[in-house]
Ligand binder design. Structure first.
Ligand SMILES: [Zn+2]
Length: 564
């Protein structure tokens, strides 16, 4: 037995380039993959080069591919399941880590390396296409797979990922070959999960992946009655002005309250509101409530958007106090029955609120959840959905390999000190304003700079996109409070947002920071000045004046004020 060649020669490096390119193409196409979903590999000279865990398909480069010795992987896969220890994903990972021929940092290979190893083809691409998953999450998925693909695709019933899934694929291949006397097909449909396509040629793999999606799409289109694919985020249906204003008032109340109520750490969550066509459809269609409440359809949904969204019904006549009381009770009930706070809140007739540690996580959760609802609606057109069973769901919820993957992804997203902060800068073009805006954005904060003293629209926009805000910075030279602290002014609106955030999370305070200019005195003096105008500052708002020596000083002051 000769040791596999660990270092790629020119031919091998060409293959690595091909699989990286194939991965990026399908990883960047949201119809096939979202966030960290899916994986890919290429085999050469007894070595399996596979995507590492925590690296997305869309960003995969050839040098990131992890070389694994195939022999121990196949030996592990083919070992007698009754002998030895109970093989969980940790055991797969131990074997896979030992099979690494060249460590790529501390990285782990994809936990699905076993099924990549067992398919006797050069290239393997595994994706989670929404359209394919309509069939894979349909109650009669096996029948539709048979009807649409016949002997050109294998159907594999849902089993836990890792070794069980690899064994199920191996077994399905064996049964097919026994039954037909032909080689098992290169296309595999995984129930409640996605698609695997294999081939000796990267172009052929790409082609077959697209073909499989098109076959399902054509069938869904023939059935009519809905969208069959991932479509760009649409706009809300046209509403009359009074209705729009009423919706905005509800969004302005729900978003900030959820920001506080769904927070786990000291920093508030980012809560993004969505009233795209997909969101409205879910929140309004007769079948929407059933889809929201019946349980997760795919592991991706559990991993990125949580197993259980909250379905919320708020009478249109409900005022701010009533809304807050209803949400508080609904969340307490949800926590008790589901064991965790939701990441997704669907408000009947209004749209979705989706929470995350920062905007990126909230957006990913939103995208994955909306995909899941598209899958659900399409599966309903195929006669009904098949949700993951409690034990299937619990396996994913507690899956260490997923926690690892999310951990790697989170660490590599903007991990700066400003992560998750939402900051409004007024008179942003003045003085150090442009430098501050850039520095805060680099720290991971979400910053909106506005001219003059800002507008109510700027606050509404922040509430829609992020659920609220943490800090207002005024760059002077004119003190903002005089101009904007009255019944309808910007600060009044900001104070209302902060009151809602604080209603959910009493420790949270909003801060107004005025950057010192010739016309502003010290904090106390300034507060006294405002109070003397008979307006006062609402409880829970801190008012500060800073006199920075330079941009670095100012950044420190702002980040310090935000975490105070
Ligand atoms: Zn997968």
């Amino acid at each position: 037995m000769s040791a596999p060649e660990p270092l790629p020669g020119p031919v091998v490096s060409g293959l690595l380039e091909q699989v990286a390119e194939l991965s990026r193409r399908f990883g960047l196409d949201p119809q096939f993959s979202r966030a960290g979903g899916g994986n890919s590999s290429v085999k050469a000279e007894g070595v399996l080069f596979i995507k590492p865990s925590g690296v997305s398909l869309g960003s995969l480069t050839s040098d990131a591919l992890m070389p694994l010795d195939m022999e121990p992987l196949l030996a592990f896969l083919n070992a007698d399941p009754n002998a030895g220890s109970a093989a969980g994903s940790e055991t797969v990972m131990q074997v896979a880590m030992l099979a690494r021929l060249r460590p790529v940092g501390e990285r782990r290979p994809s936990v699905e390396c076993l099924f990549h190893a067992l398919v006797p083809r050069r290239f393997v691409l595994h994706t989670h296409p929404t359209v394919i998953n309509a069939v894979c999450c349909a109650r009669d998925g096996a029948r539709f797979a048979e009807q649409l693909f016949g002997d050109t695709a294998l159907w594999v019933e849902y089993v836990d990922p890792g070794l069980p899934l690899a064994r199920a694929i191996s077994e399905a291949r064996r049964r097919f070959e026994q039954r037909t006397g032909r080689a098992a097909p290169d296309v595999v449909l995984l129930q409640n999960h996605g698609l695997i396509v294999a081939g000796d040629d990267a172009q052929a793999v790409a082609h077959a992946s697209v073909q499989a999606v098109q076959a399902v799409r054509r069938h869904l289109d023939r059935l009519g009655g809905g969208q069959s694919g991932a479509r760009p985020r649409g706009t809300a249906p046209r509403q009359g002005a009074p209705l729009r204003a009423a919706s905005q008032r509800r969004i302005d109340t729900i978003g900030p309250f959820l920001r506080g109520a769904l927070s786990r750490g000291p920093r508030l969550q980012v809560v993004t509101f969505d009233d795209s066509d997909d969101a409205i459809r879910l929140a309004s269609a007769a079948e929407g409530r059933g889809l929201v409440l019946s349980g997760p359809l795919t592991p991706d949904q559990i991993v990125y958007a949580g197993s259980w969204p909250l379905w919320l019904e708020l009478p249109a006549s409900e005022g701010q106090h009533g809304i807050v009381t209803t949400i508080r009770a609904a969340l307490a009930d949800h926590l008790q029955t589901r064991g965790a706070m939701p990441s997704v809140v669907v408000v009947e007739g209004l749209g979705l609120f989706v929470a995350g540690d920062a905007a990126r996580e909230a957006q990913t959760a939103r995208d994955v959840y909306v995909d899941a609802t598209r899958i659900g609606f399409a599966a309903l057109r195929l006669g009904g959905i098949r949700v993951l069973t409690p034990s299937e769901r619990q396996f994913i919820e507690g899956w260490e390999a997923e926690a690892y993957r999310r951990g790697v992804e989170a660490a590599e997203s903007t991990s700066g000190r400003g992560r998750g902060l939402v900051i409004l800068i007024t008179q942003a073009s003045e003085g150090l304003g442009p430098a501050l805006t850039a520095d805060l954005a680099a720290s991971g904060a979400y910053v909106v700079g506005v001219g003059g003293h800002g507008s109510l629209d700027a606050v509404h926009a922040l509430v829609r996109s992020h659920g609220g805000l943490d800090l207002v910075v005024s760059m002077g030279p004119e003190p903002m409070a005089d101009r904007t602290w009255n019944g309808n002014g910007l600060l009044a609106q900001v104070a209302r947002v902060w009151a809602l955030q604080r209603a959910a999370r009493p420790t949270c305070r909003g801060t107004v920071l005025e950057v010192k200019s010739a016309r502003i005195g010290g904090s106390e003096e300034r507060e006294a000045q405002i109070r003397s105008l008979g307006r006062g500052l609402p409880a829970g708002i801190t008012f500060k004046v800073v006199d920075p020596g330079g941009p670095a000083d100012l950044l420190e002051a702002v980040l310090g004020a935000a975490s105070a």
